[in-house]
Design a protein around this ligand. Structure first.
Ligand code: UD1
Length: 338
C-alpha cells in the first residue's frame, strides 16, 4: 500500500493522541485538527517526539465548516478519524443542547467536507454507553440502542444513526468503534490522559490520589450484586484501543469485502471490579490508594464488558495488554506530569 494520509479530529485528546502515535508508527501521513478545548498544545510535541515524525497540525473548531473545508481542500486526506466531541456524561445532563449541538454539528461538518472532497472513508469514535444498562453481558454489536438519560450517550446514538443512514447514498465506507473503558498511558510515560479539573473517570482519579493531589478515592457503592459489591467494567489499555484505529484504517483502505457501514466493540472481554482495579494499582506500583465507600453514582451500570469476537474476526484486532500494564503505564504518566 502506498503512503496514505489520515486526518484526525481531536488528535490532541486522550484517545486521539495515542492513535496519532500508532498511525505515525505504522507509516501513515498525519493531519491533526484540534481546538484544545479539552487538551493542550504541548501534546502535539509529545506525539512528534515519541514517533520522531512530523504532524501537519491545524488549530480549528470542527463545527466551523469553512475552516474545515479549507483544510480538506489543502490536505486531501484518504481517511478521516473523527474524535472531536464533548465527552462528560455528567456535564451533558446539565447542558444537553451544548452536547447535541457540538457532537452532531461536528459530525455533519465532517461528512459534508468528506463529500465535497471525495473522501469516502471514516472511522467514528463511539462508546459502549449506547447499549445502556438493560442488555446481558457480554455486550454484542447486534444489541439495540437503549433509551439513555444523558445527552452524551444519546448524541453518540444519533451520530451512529446518521452514519448508518448516509453511508450507501454517499458511497461512504464507515467504521464506528464502540469503546469500553480506556485507561493507562503510552508505555514511554510521555503521553497520557490530561483531565481538566477534578477527574470524573476512575483511572485519573486513582493516579491523582496516588500522587497526593487528591486525598482519597470515593468508591461509588459496594452493595452491587457483584462478587465484591463494586461495579465491573471492561478496562482496555489506551494503546490497544489506539491500534484498533490503525486496523480500521487499513480495513477501509484495502478491503473490498467490508460492508459499507460496520460497528465494532473495542474491549478485552474481561470484567474487572473497582476494588480489583485498586488492588492491581497498589500491587504493581507499590503505592497505597486510600479510599472510602460512598453512595452509588446515579446512572452507573452494575457490570459492562464486551464480547470482542466480531473485532477479532473481522477487524483482525484484539487487545493484548494486561491490566497490570494499564495500571503501571497510567502511574508512569502521572509521575511524569506530577
Ligand atoms: C464513563 C461514562 C461513559 C463514558 C466513559 C468514558 C458514566 C455513567 N459513564 O463510564 O459513558 O463513555 O466514562 O471513559 O459516567 N468510580 C468510582 N469512583 C470514582 C470514579 C469512578 O468508584 O471516583 C467507579 C464507577 O462507579 C464505575 C467505574 O469506577 O464503576 C468506572 O467509572 P468511570 O471511569 O467514570 O467510567 P464509566 O462510568 O464506566
Amino acid at each position: 500500500m502506498d503512503i496514505k494520509k489520515v486526518l484526525v479530529t481531536g488528535g490532541a485528546g486522550f484517545i486521539g493522541s495515542h492513535t496519532a502515535v500508532e498511525l505515525l508508527n505504522t507509516g501513515f501521513e498525519l493531519v491533526v485538527i484540534d481546538n484544545f478545548s479539552n487538551s493542550e498544545p504541548w501534546i502535539i510535541k509529545q506525539i512528534e517526539s515519541i514517533t520522531q515524525k512530523k504532524i501537519s497540525f491545524y488549530q480549528a473548531d470542527v463545527t466551523n465548516q469553512l475552516s474545515i473545508q479549507d483544510i480538506f481542500n489543502k490536505e486531501k486526506p484518504d481517511v478521516v478519524i473523527h474524535f472531536a466531541a464533548y465527552k462528560s456524561v455528567g456535564e451533558s445532563v446539565t447542558k444537553p443542547l451544548m452536547y447535541f449541538q457540538n457532537n452532531i454539528d461536528s459530525l455533519m461538518v465532517i461528512l459534508s467536507c468528506m463529500s465535497q472532497s471525495n473522501c469516502k472513508k471514516l472511522v467514528f469514535s463511539s462508546s459502549c454507553t449506547i447499549y445502556g444498562n438493560n442488555h446481558p453481558n457480554p455486550l454484542i454489536e447486534d444489541y439495540a440502542f437503549s433509551d439513555l438519560p444523558h445527552a452524551y450517550g444519546s448524541s453518540k446514538q444519533i451520530c451512529e444513526t446518521i452514519l448508518q443512514k448516509t453511508t450507501i447514498a454517499n458511497q461512504f465506507n464507515i467504521i464506528s468503534l464502540r469503546y469500553f473503558n480506556p485507561i493507562g498511558a503510552h508505555p514511554s510515560g510521555l503521553l497520557g490522559e490530561l483531565p481538566k479539573g477534578t477527574p470524573n473517570n476512575i483511572m485519573p482519579y486513582i493516579t491523582q490520589v496516588a500522587i497526593g493531589k487528591l486525598p482519597f478515592l470515593t468508591i461509588f457503592g459496594n452493595d452491587y450484586p457483584t462478587p465484591d459489591g463494586t461495579c465491573i467494567r471492561d478496562y482496555i489499555h489506551i494503546s490497544d484501543l489506539a491500534e484498533a484505529h490503525v486496523f480500521s484504517c487499513k480495513r477501509l483502505l484495502t478491503s473490498n469485502i467490508a460492508p459499507p457501514y460496520e460497528v465494532f466493540n473495542l474491549g478485552t472481554g474481561t470484567g474487572v471490579s473497582v476494588l480489583e482495579l485498586i488492588n492491581h494499582f497498589e500491587t504493581e506500583n507499590n503505592v497505597k490508594i486510600p479510599y472510602k465507600i460512598g453512595l452509588r453514582r446515579p446512572g452507573d451500570a452494575v457490570c459492562t464488558y464486551a464480547n470482542p469476537e466480531k473485532s477479532k474476526k473481522n477487524l483482525k484486532w484484539e487487545a493484548k495488554r494486561s491490566i497490570k500494564e494499564m495500571v503501571k503505564d497510567g502511574w508512569r504518566w502521572q509521575l511524569f506530569i506530577k
